[in-house]
Design a protein around this ligand. Structure first.
Ligand SMILES: [Zn+2]
Length: 174
C-alpha cells in the first residue's frame, strides 16, 4: 500500500492566478517558497505525491489539455532538477456540475487508486480552499489547510513546507 500526499496545485505549490484568470503556461507559474524542499522530504519518506487540481479553463476553451500536460511536465522537470519529484498530476477538465471528478467530488482520488493502492490512514489531502478539505474528507484521508483558518481541516498552517513538517512529526509519533 502507498502512503499518498494529495496536493492541490495553485496556492499550495505555486502562486494563485488573479481571480478569474488561469495559469496556462510555464511562464506564469511561480513556485511558492521552499516547495521543492518540502516535496523532497516527502519523497525521502516514500510518500507518493499526487497533484489533483480543477482545471475548468479547459472546458472554457482558455487552455488545452496538451498545454496543461506540458506545464506539468515543466513543473516536474524543475522539481527533478532540485531533487524532488511529483509521481502524477491528475486534473478535472470539466465545467462545474458536469462530472464526478471536480473537487469536492472524489473522482480524482479514485483515479489515483487505479495507480496505487492508497493507504488512507497514512495519506493526506493538502489544499488552500474549502473544496479541497471537503474533498479529502469525502474521500476519507486527513486534511491540511494552507491559509488563515478552516474549521473543517485537521490541521491549518501557512505553507506546504510547514504542513510537511507537521505531517512527518505526527507520523513519527504515530
Ligand atoms: Zn471533472
Amino acid at each position: 500500500m502507498a502512503k499518498v500526499i494529495f496536493l492541490d496545485r495553485d496556492g499550495v505549490i505555486n502562486k494563485c492566478a488573479k481571480e478569474h484568470e488561469y495559469i496556462t503556461q510555464w511562464e506564469y507559474f511561480e513556485f511558492l517558497e521552499n516547495v521543492p524542499g518540502a516535496i523532497r522530504l516527502l519523497n525521502n519518506e516514500e510518500y507518493k505525491i499526487v497533484v489533483i487540481s480543477n482545471q475548468r479553463g479547459i472546458a472554457r476553451g482558455i487552455m488545452t489539455k496538451d498545454e496543461v500536460d506540458e506545464l506539468h511536465q515543466r513543473v516536474n522537470e524543475y522539481l527533478n532538477n532540485n531533487g524532488a519529484n511529483i509521481d502524477c498530476f491528475l486534473y478535472c477538465p470539466h465545467e462545474t456540475g458536469k462530472c464526478n471528478c471536480r473537487k469536492p467530488d472524489i473522482g480524482l482520488f479514485l483515479a489515483a487508486e487505479r495507480l496505487f493502492e492508497v493507504d488512507k490512514i497514512h495519506s493526506y489531502m493538502i489544499g488552500d480552499s474549502e473544496s479541497d478539505i471537503i474533498a479529502g474528507k469525502n474521500y476519507g484521508v486527513k486534511t491540511v489547510f494552507i491559509g488563515e483558518y478552516n474549521s473543517l481541516a485537521d490541521v491549518c498552517c501557512k505553507s506546504l513546507y510547514e504542513a510537511v513538517q507537521i505531517i512527518l512529526k505526527g507520523e513519527r509519533l504515530g
